[in-house]
Design a binder for this molecule. Structure first.
Ligand SMILES: NC(=O)c1ccc[n+]([C@@H]2O[C@H](COP(=O)([O-])OP(=O)(O)OC[C@H]3O[C@@H](n4cnc5c(N)ncnc54)[C@H](OP(=O)(O)O)[C@@H]3O)[C@@H](O)[C@H]2O)c1
Length: 393
């Protein structure tokens, strides 16, 4: 009997939290997967270590200077850099799956190019759909590519809708742990430190997404992500706070049935499913025992204490460049909070200020418009942040 060759995977963001978990899954199943390319931002040391272990054809860093620091690459591994390098990495013939887990929006054009070629996109980087959902989904349709969610909530929804008719769905319920400040007053949140904001009660993730989980902006980004992945308007995507994080999300149908997916909070499960779909990998992780849980609670989010969530719903409904502006302002504001330049509660303040100044476009937007809006919003957000610092407000 002929053995099937391992499927080639290009990993974007390989040095990050999702990327490293993905490499663990890939390493466990060498007969199923092989790494064709590894891409990261600036971490040359870790990328070179990963290259020695996984022996990809290409490694890519965001800048030439960083790529020049890649020491001790194995024979057969070539270093490239920037958007062009990343595009080469994802479009190479051997890469059948692209795991999009680089933070930020730098991978948007390479991922669109891969989708147009019909590669499977295992998507962790929700910012790509938030900013450019229209263009990425159109590219996937044109190339007959699948976009499979890696975000645990969207993976849960994807599993709960498989085999069901779209017209039978009443709504999607995305669950959220509520983050470290779930029960905090606004006053207490105003004084929150960076280390408190990074103390997520359930998940260990990169810093940016951990802060987004504390403001609930992460859930707002996920609402927008879900509109593109599942083709529902934001009014039919609700958020439920579920601190135990056992139920990863649910779908409600018109006959009143709710179908939920649950399990331990471990990113290797949705990553593995996106890589191996429709097969399930024998991951051999600790098992989930519902009867050992102390009690599950579900409550609606408090939009007053967590204004970022309302801003995201408004941006989702507005469309055009609104989600891109919101996302860019949020990235700038989270960066400013992490470097001690603004307070935790200023994050939503900065984003809200930019959204108040946003004007609806009078025509349909292009990807270039979106990228321009992203760049301009980052600059404007930096100005708002500097003013906040100088006035102390
Ligand atoms: N962590 C989770 O559990 C989780 C769950 C769901 C979704 N996500 C999403 O997955 C994405 C990654 O999250 P994360 O938590 O893994 O982030 P992270 O730990 O901060 O890692 C970010 C990764 O992106 C790379 N990167 C940064 N700038 C880049 C650029 N210009 N070009 C190429 N690569 C670049 C980083 O490389 P360097 O190390 O060189 O900086 C790193 O490999 C985010 O969009 C996040 O929202 C994460």
């Amino acid at each position: 009997m002929k053995m099937r060759a391992p499927v080639g995977v290009a990993v974007l963001g390989s040095t990050g939290s999702v990327g490293r978990s993905a490499l663990e899954v890939i390493a466990r199943f060498p007969k199923k997967f092989r790494v064709t390319a590894l891409c990261a931002g600036r971490n040359a040391k870790r990328l070179a270590e990963q290259a020695r272990r996984f022996r990809p054809s290409l490694v890519c860093l965001s800048e030439e200077r960083a790529a020049a620091r890649l020491d001790g690459l194995p024979r057969g591994t070539r270093a490239v850099f920037g958007e062009e390098g990343m595009t080469e990495a994802v479009c190479a013939a051997g890469a059948r799956i692209v795991l999009a887990a680089a933070s930020g929006v730098s991978s948007i054009r390479p991922v669109i190019a891969a989708a147009k070629m019909g590669k499977r996109i295992a998507l962790a980087n929700k910012e790509l759909l938030v900013m450019a959902g229209e263009f990425l989904t159109a590219a996937a349709r044109a190339g007959k590519a699948e976009i499979l969610p890696v975000d645990s909530e969207h993976s849960a929804v994807f599993q709960a809708i498989s085999g069901h008719r779209r017209e039978d769905i009443r709504r999607i319920l995305l669950t959220a742990s509520g983050g470290p400040f779930r029960n905090h007053t606004v006053r207490r949140m105003r004084a929150a430190t960076v280390s408190e904001a990074l103390g997520h009660p359930v998940w260990r993730m990169g810093e940016k997404i951990t802060v987004d989980s504390a403001t609930l902006m992460n859930k707002g980004l996920e609402v927008i992500e879900a509109t593109w992945l599942f083709g529902l308007p934001p009014s039919r995507i609700d958020v439920l706070i579920h601190p135990q994080s056992a139920v990863h999300s649910m779908v409600e149908y018109r006959d009143g049935s709710l179908i939920a997916q649950m399990g331990i909070p471990d990113m290797r499960i949705p990553i593995g499913y996106a890589l191996s779909y429709p097969e399930r990998l024998p991951l051999e992780l600790p098992r989930f025992h519902p009867h050992r849980m102390d009690g599950w609670t579900f409550e609606p989010p408090d939009f007053r204490r967590f204004p970022a969530l309302s801003i995201a719903y408004a941006a989702a409904a507005a469309g055009g460049t609104a989600p891109a502006v919101m996302n860019a302002a949020n990235e700038a504001a989270v960066g400013a909070f992490l470097s001690g330049r603004i307070r935790f509660t200023d994050i939503a303040g900065v984003v809200g200020k930019l959204m108040n100044g946003w004007r609806r476009e009078s025509r349909s937007v292009t990807l270039d418009d979106v990228l321009r809006a992203d760049a301009e919003a980052r600059e404007e957000a930096e100005r708002v942040i500097s003013r906040k610092r100088s006035t102390g407000r």
